[in-house]
Design a protein around this ligand. Structure first.
Ligand SMILES: *Cc1c(COP(=O)(O)O)cnc(C)c1O
Length: 373
């Protein structure tokens, strides 16, 4: 039987370490609502992420919804269709209208040159995504936002631990939303956080994530339930001890992939970004059918035949999903559409061995060889 290599594998502490971390919960019997673990994780993350404020929540999606609700927005939000559907869903579920801006073909983040023409009197915010951990053009985005008095909320789900010009990636814009889902670089099983500079939001987010309750007899906001529980926070505390090591391992894996694939005509990957300390969260490759001799779907199928589960991530783009395609068109964002048809995200997680990477690359080399004959 062939061994399966999934696109990702959750990082976990040892069983004993996790048990040790959750042990006191049996004494305190305090399982959620800003418990000891929650407070401790919040404190540690503030330091690790290099941000002013961190509010922990149940997941990355709720982080986005809470950030949008806290900013009291009403109108249009400029965003990217080349993302996980959560980004768009959060906008729509918050009663806002997404306006899709194309991405650039270099790092797949929002194209700042196509953004300003989408701004109308109804535009209230920009919601870009640091997709695959590639940092958006933060300065230009802020410049445009300032010129038009728009809020900036980053979907930072892929960018845990990234530093830009030495500063935590979560410290830019009005808010940055992280995901601590099991498949992300850092996980609390399910979890997320909103990071922001203005501490006015602390009180608001704290209330909104707890139904909007402000006192035992008062409800101030129409809030939701998005509180991180103590077991999740404990997982975070245990995982955080290994994060530097995990990111270092990811770096070695990405370098190994690049060494292996550099000479393979028809396969390209995003260049290393200047001023960015990366977290190596994903390894997307672009497959050019003409040059490589096979298209992305063929490559994905071939890899699967060998037990390698790469992902067509992100395909299709958000505007092509059933719930959005009546209202939007992928043809309005041709670069995003084209990239989504060429992209394949290869397996990447700290425990992936060099043998496994070489095995995956050998399959790619094999496809090219046979196809070119
Ligand atoms: C994972 C992810 C989310 C949602 O985070 P969850 O923790 O799964 O709710 C949002 N946006 C992007 C880009 C993501 O990858």
């Amino acid at each position: 039987m062939i061994k399966k290599i999934q696109v990702t594998q959750s990082s976990m502490p040892s069983y004993d370490e996790y048990c040790e971390e959750i042990k006191d919960l049996w004494e305190s019997k305090w399982l959620t609502n800003s418990g000891v673990k929650h407070k401790k994780l919040q404190c540690k993350l503030k330091e690790f992420l290099g941000v002013e404020n961190v509010s922990l929540v149940t997941n990355g999606h709720m982080a986005l919804e809470l950030a949008l609700q806290s900013l009291d927005l009403d109108g249009e939000v400029i965003t990217t269709p080349f993302t996980f559907v959560s980004t768009t869903n959060a906008i729509v579920r918050s009663g806002l209208k997404p306006v899709f801006c194309d991405i650039n073909a270099t790092d797949f983040t929002i194209d700042i040159n196509k953004m300003e023409q989408l701004i109308t009197p109804k535009t209230v915010a920009i919601l870009p995504v640091h997709v695959y951990g590639n940092v958006c053009d933060i300065e230009k985005i802020q410049e445009i936002a300032n010129r038009h008095t728009l809020k900036v909320i980053y979907d930072a789900a892929h960018s845990f631990g990234i530093k830009y010009k030495g500063e935590g990636i979560g410290s830019f814009g009005d808010a940055s939303c992280f995901s601590f889902h099991a498949t992300k670089v850092f996980n609390t099983i399910e979890g997320g956080a909103v990071c922001y500079g203005n501490d006015v939001f602390t009180d608001k987010i704290t209330k909104i994530r707890n139904f909007g309750i402000s006192s035992p007899t008062e409800v101030e906001y129409i809030g939701t339930n998005a509180k991180m529980n103590e077991f999740s926070a404990s997982m975070g505390l245990a995982n955080l001890k290994y994060i530097d090591d995990d990111i270092e391992k990811r770096k070695c894996i990405v370098e190994r992939y690049k060494e292996n694939l550099t000479s393979l005509d028809g396969i390209t990957f995003a260049k290393k970004q200047a001023n960015v300390q990366s977290n190596y969260s994903y390894f997307p490759i672009l497959i050019d059918q003409q040059l490589f001799g096979a298209n992305r779907d063929f490559v994905a199928t071939k890899l699967e035949e060998h037990g390698v589960y790469a992902r067509k991530y992100f395909y299709p783009i958000v505007t092509e999903f059933k719930c959005y395609k009546q209202e939007f068109s992928g043809f309005d964002t041709p670069v995003a559409k084209e990239i989504s048809e060429k992209v394949l995200t290869l397996p990447l997680y700290p425990k992936l061995s060099f043998e496994e990477i070489d095995f995956i690359c050998d399959i790619l080399k094999g496809i090219k060889k046979r196809r070119n004959i």
